[in-house]
Design a protein around this ligand. Sequence first.
Ligand code: SF4
Length: 442
Amino acid sequence: MSNAKSKTVCLVSLGCPKNLVDSEVMLGILKQEGLEIISKESEADILIVNTCGFIGDAKEESIDEILSLAEQKKTGRCKKLIVTGCLSQRYKDDLAKSMPEVDCFIGTGEYHRIGEAVKDGFTERVLVGLPTFIHDYTTPRILSTPRYYAYVKVAEGCSNHCSYCSIPSIRGEFRSRPLDSVVKEVESLAEQGVKEINLIAQDTTSYGSDRGAELKGLLKTLIPVKGIEWIRLLYLYPGRISDDLISIMKNEEKVLSYIDLPLQHISPGILKAMNRKYSRAEVETLIEKLRLEIPDVVLRTSMIVGFPGETGKDFNELLSFVNDIRFDRLGVFRYSKEEGTPAYNMTRQVSMKAKTERMDILMEAQRAISLEKNEKIIGKRVQVLIESGAEEEGYKLKGRASSQAPDVDGSVFIRTGSANIGEMKEVTITEAEDYDLIADEV
Ligand code: SF4
């Protein structure tokens, strides 16, 4: 493989943390193949973009990125352009026809074959099949996150089939990794200095349901892993948060009291039309139980506004629910009409104008709630994972409290003092902003 060895490759990763893990696995395989991984697109012999393709905005971003990288084939060193990920999986035929500048399209189930696709003489242009693959601890992986935190994908695919969602058709049916594979990966991450692991899947609560295992069993096996200080769970399906999970969160300090439960809506008619399998009463009972059992629990959720048939009354019910429950973190998406999903053919589609208005109203309500909650933290001591200097923002250091997930939540800015990147430090919060917290010194 003499010629590939001296080749340089640059990979652009788009979309969610699950896609990021796929990118990191591809980087591991490419390094194993002897390629040099670089970050400058113009100097790369091979360009790869790992795309996102589940909603309109993300698809546009992916196509723009492909077109901009294709320019490099005209002006830069690039000899081969490879498009992987969800957009490839979903639109392989259209893309193959409309984008001759792309040498190879790889689906969400074939990213482990990237080592073959970069080789000279590799002629298969479309490598897309039914996604069944999921990596394991023996698969090489190069972390692209800062060395003190990592995402760990515990399962792939989804079998919930929410009516608006294209993920099951892109990522395949739900499939968990064997427990020991996840544990061995976490042990190796801990040896590399990782302190915070974020367990992810499309539906993390279903972990093990397809192989006679359970999330609680996985957590009990991960807790003793030396070096790991924070274990965070993301993407928990609201209808599947068990008492066992709540008790582990309550009693095990390492398992953060951070519950990410994407509710998407709350009005009964909309939840039914979305094929979400829980009711408002069940959600309220769950949240009451969580706050009773774990008083400092941090609740994150995401909502979709403008789902077909959503009336002003439905939206007002959602708004008053958000004002009543007062989530610590909330993200809002405008419904995206996705072909191949049941909701695509639903009548009473909502205008983009109404979707945007509803998104803005909900985000403004949440901004006020977030500020009030942050103000209640003033004077408290919190443990912060130091992430970087923060000179540009006029501070000395920047970090995250355990109540702040990477990439989606706010930060803690620290005025004075020193600390190493990746260190855990105690600080006293002295000021609050809408989403960020300020501390005077380490
Ligand atoms: S649970 Fe999430 S990934 Fe699965 S179908 Fe529903 S929205 Fe899509």
